[in-house]
Design a protein around this ligand. Structure first.
Ligand SMILES: CC(=O)SCCNC(=O)CCNC(=O)[C@H](O)C(C)(C)COP(=O)(O)OP(=O)(O)OC[C@H]1O[C@@H](n2cnc3c(N)ncnc32)[C@H](O)[C@@H]1OP(=O)(O)O
Ligand SMILES: N[C@@H](CO)C(=O)O
Length: 169
């Protein structure tokens, strides 16, 4: 993937969604710089710009070195927070007021963070926490709190999240 393909990899799935396109374009440029050593140093001022604009002003904390597959849809980009250990597959959807992160142990150490498969649709106001794996083709309902791994082809709803098999695939 060349530079332009890389930075525009989410463009088409966010058609009509200017904010989603802008945030993801800024993220992909930061991601490109931060994951290639020489560009990390050259692009460091840009990384600071990314952090201030996207994290402080848009309130979307997608760390610049997070591993995210192509075609991420980002609706209503605000109050979205994740750690840089999160992994997100291809063709996933994220919405507002969602946290994807870790938990802290009594000894002060941190757990791992979620690894999310392909074609995972995450509703608004969701918390995905800890060293868990979310399979492919999962839908996570709005407001769900997910602290255990989720099998592929399931819907998860509620707090604590309960999974059931999808009937549409
Ligand atoms: C501004 C905006 O629009 S931002 C966009 C916000 N939208 C979202 O985040 C969409 C997220 N999608 C959802 O939460 C959906 O409800 C889904 C995908 C989880 C389920 O959708 P459907 O398959 O149509 O389920 P359906 O509405 O038939 O409900 C099935 C059952 O699950 C329950 N249910 C549905 N969604 C949820 C939820 N988020 N949390 C808890 N229970 C739920 C229903 O009450 C129903 O229970 P019942 O069988 O006891 O009556
Ligand atoms: N309702 C659309 C956009 O607001 C969604 O699924 O998030």
């Amino acid at each position: 993937m060349n530079f332009f393909e890389f930075i525009f990899q989410d463009w088409s799935v966010n058609r009509g969604n200017i904010k989603g396109r802008l945030i993801l374009l800024l993220f992909r440029i930061a991601n490109f710089c931060s994951t290639r050593k020489i560009y990390y140093y050259i692009g460091f001022p840009y990384l600071l710009f990314y952090r201030i604009l996207v994290e402080w002003f848009f309130s979307v904390e997608i760390p610049w070195n997070t591993r995210i597959g192509k075609n991420l849809s980002l609706y209503h980009g605000q109050a979205l927070v994740m750690t840089n250990h999160v992994v997100i597959g291809e063709n996933c959807t994220l919405r507002q007021s969602t946290t994807i992160g870790n938990k802290q142990a009594r000894d002060g150490g941190f757990s791992g963070s979620p690894v999310i498969g392909n074609h995972v649709d995450i509703g608004s106001n969701v918390c995905l926490i800890g060293d868990i794996v979310v399979g492919d083709d999962v839908i996570i309902g709005c407001g769900a709190v997910v602290v255990k791994s989720v099998s592929a082809c399931c819907i998860v709803t509620g707090n604590p999240g309960v999974e059931r098999r999808r009937k549409d695939i």
